[in-house]
Design a protein around this ligand. Structure first.
Ligand code: PGA
Length: 244
């Protein structure tokens, strides 16, 4: 079984009920299409996506199933309103909320127990890349953020260089290929079905570079921020993945 091709959109703290009409112009054909809106829009987006193949996910969840955690949301609650996936360990969560690899792993275990597929994000900062630490940083984040219960069915890995997110800058094809080969090797060594786990690239993916990025070995799709907000921008990325 080849890894599932996935075009995933991360709306971050953008969008409103009116923006759900963007889904009208999207089709999922030949690859999975996942959109992760802010949590307050998950339920409405699930209802909007009904009858289409578009999947809906969250952007983070707590590592506990319920309880006294004001402002937090559990994986079970996301599942209850129809989410199928949850992004975990995005660099903005790591930077804004101090999330560690261990936090991400704990959240992933709870999410898997709730029946969610986790999209676990890892990526180096610019200074780490400049000092030649990229592969070490990636291997450490991967080992610490992905729990032992991960399988190709419940886990997707997204490589997102922090310096490429929202900047319009992307790594070279060789740089992406090098990291994705490492991910494939490490996952294959640790998990029996590691060869089948989907590996997404994220960071300034747009229609103009999608075809090039999807041709890189072990790139099974993309996690897209800014270009997932408008169907006119996201649809060509989905089409490029379908054609890859
Ligand atoms: P970007 O964001 O596509 O806007 O660079 C990617 C992400 O943070 O997932």
């Amino acid at each position: 079984m080849a890894p599932q091709k996935i075009a995933a959109g991360n709306w971050k703290m953008n969008g409103d009920l009116a923006a759900l009409t963007q889904l009208d112009a999207l089709t999922a054909d030949g690859c999975q299409v996942l959109i992760c809106p802010p949590s307050v829009l998950i339920h409405a987006m699930v209802q909007k996506a009904e009858g289409s193949a578009i999947l809906v996910g969250g952007q983070d969840c707590h590592d506990k199933t319920s309880g006294a955690h004001t402002g937090d949301i559990s994986a079970e609650q996301m599942r209850d309103v129809g989410a199928s996936h949850v992004i975990l360990g995005h660099s903005e969560r790591r930077a804004d909320h101090g999330e560690t690899d261990a936090d991400v792993s704990a959240k992933a275990i709870t999410a898997h127990q709730a029946g969610l597929v986790t999209v676990i994000c890892i990526g180096e900062t610019e200074s780490q890349r400049d000092s030649g630490e990229t592969l070490q940083v990636i291997a450490t984040q991967l080992a610490g953020s992905v729990p032992d219960c991960a399988t190709a069915d419940n886990t997707v890995i997204a490589y997102e260089p922090v310096w490429a997110i929202g900047t319009g800058r992307t790594p070279t094809e060789d740089q992406i290929a090098e990291v994705h080969a490492l991910l494939r090797d490490e996952l294959g060594a640790r998990f029996t079905d590691g060869a089948n786990m989907s590996l997404l690239y994220g960071g300034s993916v747009k229609a103009a570079n999608a075809t090039q990025i999807f041709a890189i070995p072990h790139v099974d799709g993309a996690l897209v921020g800014g270009a997932s907000l408008k169907a006119d921008d996201f649809a060509p990325i989905i089409a490029a993945l379908t054609a890859a």
